[in-house]
Ligand binder design. Sequence first.
Ligand code: ADP
Ligand code: MG
Length: 420
Amino acid sequence: MIDSLFESELGDRRIFKDMSILSPHYVPPELPHRDNEIRDVTRIIAPALREEKPNNLFIYGKTGTGKTCVVKYVIRKLEEFVNNPEKNIKNAVVKVVYMNCKIRNTKYQVLLKTLEDNALNDPSLSNTPLADRPDKGLKGMDPVDLYERLFRVVQSNGINLIIILDEIDQVKKELNDLLYILPRINDELSSGSVSIIGISNDMRVKRRLDPRSRSTLCEEEIIFRPYNAVQLMTILRQRIKDGFQPNTVKEGAVRRIAAFAAQDGDARYALRLLQKAGEIARNEGKDKVDIEDVGKAKDLVEKDIMAEAISTLPEHQQIVIYSIASLASRGGMYKRLSGIHDGDLFTGEVYEAYERNCRLLNTAPRTMRRFSEYLNELEMLGLITMRMSGKGQRGTTRFIRLGYPPEEIKQIVKGSLGLE
Ligand SMILES: Nc1ncnc2c1ncn2[C@@H]1O[C@H](COP(=O)(O)OP(=O)(O)O)[C@@H](O)[C@H]1O
Ligand SMILES: [Mg+2]
């Protein structure tokens, strides 16, 4: 028994050399096809080294286009440069705080994280925010106090502080307020500065900003374009070289992954497929990853992505997608009457099913208007597709179609809604 365990462990190493190279948090030593973006970010933050305030920067581009890793890469280089005694950075105190706003999604939490970050609590600094509260932390303190502490540590040390707000679109409320209050510190500082880098997958976040905070954040803008298949091949090959045993991924498999991922230009998806395909090949005891493994990996990864998307939806959107799925699995009421396309549902029948399910769950159904917004959001997430009905049919109603098999969706939502 133990022998076979050892053997399977040995087998584990047949495909992968180092799985951590494939983790989404790993930042590789080189980022191919992002030279221009790296140069632009570097140019924009470099004034901090001369004790000048860098412009604020807004970065956007679709998911998996390398925004996070490019920024982390540049920050790493900046910190190496600052800490290199040979570079003789005499006076400039440059500090960087990175956070993901999926976790810090309010103004208060952003302030708190900034103050509690190691960058501002370095023992070489004076007036550090946690100095008088080493154990308690700052949670629960008045926002005015937090603001005051931020001012004090920046001012008394002359820090050029760069705050990186990744996935800034996830800040629910008070985004305008946050983008107003942080840069205002600069008006009062006579030494040091505070700059912001906002990163978003969703360009529409700009529309949520009032003109003043928009012009503050968007002093500089960089757009990240989706990768094409050739670029994705380079990125994949780099990880294969470092993360896999030599000659364990067939050329055809790499091409297939790149082709799939090029549809959205998404490097994260490409790497996920690569890892999953490797796991499938390994678990089947094969010594090479081939096209077939990639096909299987795609099904599994897509299922995972769908499950993640659904389980993080707010309750009412889950009820809507559940209603669509249960109608779709029955074929829909009107389909038989009107003979419309297989799998299409009318908005009206979905709303009725939604109302019924709300009653079952003892929650008040939202208005038709909110319901329409939910549908738009579900479409944005790729969970459904919609099209307008043809002329003469039921006015301006829309046809709804599910992007995934209804039974799978029902299974996922049932669990999280607590239905039978
Ligand atoms: N040019 C690149 N070279 C190597 N790896 C990359 C490159 N661009 C993206 N990646 C990898 O792809 C994944 C997604 O990148 P990420 O920076 O998280 O995208 P975004 O923040 O735009 O959604 C990460 O694992 C990242 O390391
Ligand atoms: Mg990112």
